[in-house]
Design a protein around this ligand. Structure first.
Ligand code: ADP
Ligand code: MG
Length: 738
C-alpha cells in the first residue's frame, strides 16, 4: 500500500476496489477511506473457541477447524442455483458445509486447505453440517504436496486474515459487500495509512481515560479480546457525545443572548390566580411554577422541558404560565397533539378561570371557538379568530397543529407551550421553531427580534442520561409527585382463560357507577389481516388482532347489552369524536372502546378501568400513558393487560409495567430493555449508533459534558479550535432537535 492514501481518498482509487465495487460500497454510504475506516463492525464472531466436530450440537453456533477433504459444485434441480459443497474433517469427525451461488468459492477453497468454519450447526439428510458458514483460510495441510505449490498465491490472503484464535469483525453488509470483503479492504488500509491526526486534545483523552484515535481504529477493526472492542467503542462514543454537548452548550449560550419579553407576575395577582384553583398545588407544582415564572420574568427566552408523570398536573402549570404572559399584555400559544386534548385544555381553562377576559381561542382543524369571560363564549370563523390573534385582541391560543399553519400570526407572542412534545416529530418541532423564528423575524423589524419563551411538556419521562444529552440544551423541571389522595393503580396481566372473570369484574364496577376504557390495537381489520397469517414476531397481522369495531359489536351486543357502550377512533369525524368525549365526561357512557386516540392526556376522573387488548402490540411508554388515563379520581383504579402472547420479551415488558412505581423508573427499564435507539426512535436523534448506545453510560456522558464545558470555558466561540468548530456545525445540523 502506498503512502499517498489519505482519509479523504475516494475508495475507487484504492487498490483492489474496481468501479463496480466502489458503487456497491457507496450503497453503504462509503465513499472515502475515512468512511470505510469509520464503518464499524456491528458485532464480532468469536473464532477463538474451536470445537471438535464430534461435539457439534444441531441448532447451536460453533466454530470448527479442519481440512477440506472434498469441495464440489452442484446445480440445483431447477438449474437455477449453484450449490457449493465442502466436506471438512478434523481428528474427531467430518461435517459438510454448503453455500449457495458463491461459485468463486471453488476457486478459493481447495482440497487440502485448513479452514475455520463458523455458524449455526444444522442437521440435514447427510448428517451434521453448516449452511452458509463464515469461513477463514488458516493454512494448508502439510501432506498435500500439490497445494503447497500453490501456497504462494494464497499467502497474502492467509496473512491478511489471520483471524484464528480471536474475534472476527462482522460489518453491516449490503448486496455484494460482505464482511469478509470489507475485512480484506480495511486491513491493508489500516496498516498502510500514516498516523491520523488525533481530533481530541491529548489532555482530554487522559482525563476522560479515552483511547487515542489510531489505537481505537485498530482495536475496533482488529480486536484481540472483547475488552479491546469496548475500549474502542467508548472512545468513539465519547467523541460524538462530546460534540453533542458542545452543540448543546453553544445553543444554550446563543439563546441566552437572544431577547424575549419579560413577563412578571405580581405576587398579589399570583395569589388571586391560585385562589381560583379547585385544589392546592402540590409542592412539586409550586416549585416548578417558581422556576417557570422566574424564567418568564427574564428578558431572555426560557427553553424548558417540563417532565412529570401522567396525572402529575402539568396542564395547570402551562395554563398559569399562559395567564402570566397575557397579564403582561403579551400572547401565549399552547399546542397539543390531538384535537381531543386541545379541547380538554380549553375546557379546563374555561372551568377554572371562567372570569378571564383577555380572550382565549380554541383553534383546531375543525374550527375555532373563543371565550372572553363569564358567559362570553362563541363559535367563530377561523379566519376571524386568526385575525384577532394577529391584532393581539385574543391573548391565548390553545389548539392543535392548526396553530402552526401558514397565516397564523401573533402580534406579541411571548410564550409557546407544547404539550406531549414527544408526540410531535422532529419535522413538526422544526416547523414550530421555524415558525416561531419567522414570527420573531417579522416582528423583529418593529421590536428588536424577540423570541418567545418555550415550554415543552412530556409525560414520557426521559431518563437522566438522555435528558443530559439529547435534551442537554434545555433546562429540565420535574414534577416528581402526584396530587395527594391518588391511589396506586392495580395492574394485572390477564391470561386468556380469565377473560370472563374480567368481564364480570367490569360489570361490577359499572354497577357502582364507574366508567371503563377498552383499548384495541386497530380500528378495523384490513385485507392484509385476512391474507397474511401470522409472522414469526408474534403476529401483528395475526387474524385475531382485536379491533375497535369488532370489540364494540361484541361488547355492546353480547357481553354488556344492558350497558351504554360507545366507540372512539381516528376515522370518526371531529364532531363525532368531540360528542363521544363529551358524553364520556358527563358519565353518559359506561364502556368506551377506543384506539390509541385516547393515549395522551385525556382526563376522566370517574373512569376506573383501563382494559388493554393486545397489550403486547403497544410500547411500554404508550401502555403507561393508557394506564395513566385511570386513577385520576378518588376511586381505586385498575389496569388490565390482555395478551395472547407468551413470548418472554413480552412478559418482561408487561411485568415492568406492573411493577414500576413511576414513569421514570419505567422509562429507565424501557431504556434498558430496548436501548436508546429504539427508546427515542433513531430518526428522532440523528446520533451515530455507537453514541446512541452509549447514552446509557452516565459516567461517559458526564465526562463528555465536563470536557465540553472545559473547552468552552477557555474558548467560548471555539475561535482557537477551528476543527472543532467545523465538526460542531455539521453535528448541529444533524442532531439538533429544535
Ligand atoms: P398531566 O400531568 O398528565 O398532564 P393533568 O394536568 O391532566 O396531568 O392533571 C391530572 C388531573 O389532576 C386533572 O384532573 C387535574 O385537574 C388534577 N390536578 C392537577 N393538579 C392537582 C392538584 N395539585 N391537586 C389535585 N388535583 C390536581
Ligand atoms: Mg397532560
Amino acid at each position: 500500500m502506498t503512502t499517498d492514501i489519505r482519509l479523504e481518498t475516494e475508495l475507487r482509487y484504492v487498490k483492489g476496489v474496481g468501479p463496480a465495487f466502489a458503487l456497491r460500497l457507496e450503497k453503504l454510504g462509503l465513499k472515502t477511506v475515512r468512511d470505510l475506516l469509520w464503518h464499524f463492525p456491528s458485532r464480532y464472531e468469536d473464532f477463538s473457541k474451536i470445537a471438535n466436530i464430534v461435539d457439534l450440537v444441531p441448532g447451536e453456533a460453533a466454530t470448527i477447524q479442519g481440512v477440506i477433504q472434498e469441495i464440489k459444485i452442484l446445480r440445483s434441480f431447477r438449474k437455477k442455483m449453484f450449490i457449493i459443497q465442502a466436506t471438512v474433517v478434523d481428528a474427531t469427525g467430518s461435517v459438510r458445509a454448503t453455500w449457495f451461488n458463491q461459485k468463486f468459492l471453488v476457486a478459493m477453497l481447495k482440497k487440502g486447505m485448513v479452514i475455520n468454519l463458523a455458524g449455526k450447526v444444522s442437521l440435514g439428510k447427510a448428517g451434521i453440517g453448516f449452511s452458509h458458514p463464515s469461513y477463514e483460510i488458516v493454512g494448508f495441510s502439510e501432506d498435500d504436496e500439490q497445494f503447497m505449490e500453490d501456497a504462494a498465491e494464497y499467502r497474502e490472503e492467509i496473512e491478511a486474515c489471520k483471524h484464528t484464535g480471536r474475534l472476527v469483525p462482522i460489518y453491516p453488509e449490503t448486496k455484494g459487500v460482505t464482511s469478509k470483503g470489507l475485512r480484506f479492504l480495511i486491513k491493508p488500509l489500516l496498516d498502510g495509512l500514516e498516523y491520523i491526526p488525533e481530533t481530541l486534545p491529548e489532555e482530554m483523552l487522559k482525563r476522560a481515560d479515552v483511547t487515542e484515535l489510531n489505537d481505537a481504529l485498530r482495536l475496533i477493526h482488529y480486536p484481540e479480546i472483547m475488552k479491546d472492542v469496548l475500549r474502542a467503542r467508548r472512545r468513539f462514543a465519547f467523541e460524538d457525545i462530546f460534540y453533542l454537548q458542545l452543540v448543546n452548550i453553544l445553543e444554550r449560550s446563543r439563546l441566552a443572548k437572544e431577547n424575549a419579553y419579560a413577563c412578571v407576575a405580581e405576587g398579589s395577582r399570583f395569589a388571586e390566580l391560585l385562589a381560583q384553583l379547585p385544589f392546592e398545588l402540590t409542592d412539586a407544582q409550586q416549585e416548578v411554577m417558581r422556576e417557570v415564572s422566574g424564567d418568564l420574568a427574564r428578558p431572555h427566552p426560557m427553553n424548558r422541558l417540563l417532565q412529570g408523570d401522567v396525572g402529575s398536573g402539568k396542564t395547570i402549570v402551562a395554563v398559569l404560565a399562559a395567564i402570566i404572559a397575557a397579564d403582561a399584555g403579551r400572547q401565549a400559544s399552547f399546542m397539543a397533539p390531538t384535537e381531543i386534548l386541545a379541547t380538554q385544555h380549553y375546557h379546563t381553562f374555561k372551568k377554572i378561570f371562567g372570569n378571564f377576559e383577555k380572550g382565549v381561542v380554541l383553534l383546531t382543524a375543525s374550527g375555532a371557538k373563543v371565550f372572553f369571560g363569564e358567559g362570553l363564549e362563541s363559535e367563530m370563523k377561523k379566519a376571524d379568530a386568526v385575525k384577532k390573534l394577529a391584532t393581539g385582541e385574543i391573548k391565548i391560543a390553545i389548539g392543535t397543529h392548526a396553530l402552526i399553519q401558514k397565516g397564523v400570526v401573533f402580534s406579541d407572542l411571548a410564550l409557546v407551550v407544547i404539550d406531549e412534545q414527544h408526540r410531535f416529530g422532529v419535522k413538526q418541532r422544526q416547523a414550530l421553531a421555524g415558525h416561531t423564528k419567522a414570527l420573531s423575524l417579522s416582528k423583529g423589524k418593529r421590536d428588536g427580534g424577540l423570541l418567545p419563551h418555550f415550554l415543552s411538556m412530556s409525560a414520557t419521562p426521559i431518563p437522566r442520561t438522555l435528558s443530559l444529552t439529547l435534551f442537554g440544551d434545555l433546562d429540565v423541571s420535574i414534577i416528581g409527585e402526584l396530587p395527594k389522595g391518588r391511589k396506586d393503580i392495580i395492574t394485572k396481566i390477564v391470561p386468556p382463560a380469565s377473560r370472563t372473570d374480567a368481564y364480570a369484574f367490569i360489570r361490577g364496577q359499572v354497577k357502582k357507577g364507574r366508567q371503563v376504557f377498552v383499548i384495541c390495537p386497530r380500528i378495523e381489520k384490513t385485507e392484509e389481516d385476512e391474507t397474511k397469517g401470522s409472522p414469526p414476531t408474534g403476529g401483528w397481522f395475526a387474524v385475531d388482532t382485536k379491533t375497535v369495531k369488532e370489540e364494540y359489536d361484541k361488547l355492546s351486543k353480547k357481553i354488556f347489552p344492558d350497558m351504554r357502550v360507545a366507540m372512539l377512533h381516528g376515522k370518526l369525524k371531529s364532531e363525532e369524536k368531540a360528542e363521544v368525549m363529551k358524553k364520556m365526561k358527563k358519565g353518559e357512557i359506561d364502556v368506551l372502546v377506543a384506539t390509541s386516540v385516547i393515549e395522551v392526556g385525556v382526563d376522566i376522573p370517574n373512569a376506573t378501568i383501563m382494559m388493554i387488548e393486545g397489550a403486547d402490540r403497544f410500547g411500554l411508554a404508550q401502555l403507561y400513558q393508557f394506564k395513566g388515563r385511570v386513577g385520576r379520581g378518588e376511586h381505586q383504579s385498575f389496569c388490565l393487560l390482555f395478551t395472547d402472547s407468551s413470548a418472554q420479551p413480552t412478559k418482561d415488558r408487561l411485568e415492568a409495567l406492573v411493577h414500576a412505581k413511576n414513569g421514570f423508573e419505567l422509562a429507565e427499564k424501557d431504556l434498558a430493555l430496548r436501548g436508546p435507539g429504539e427508546f427515542m426512535g433513531q430518526s428522532q436523534t440523528g446520533l451515530p449508533d455507537l453514541a446512541m448506545r452509549s447514552l446509557q453510560d452516565l459516567k461517559l456522558v458526564k465526562s463528555a459534558r465536563e470536557a465540553a464545558e472545559s473547552v468552552l470555558e477557555k474558548d467560548p466561540d471555539l475561535a482557537e479550535h477551528p476543527q472543532l468548530k467545523d465538526v460542531v456545525a455539521r453535528f448541529h445540523d444533524r442532531v439538533h432537535l429544535e
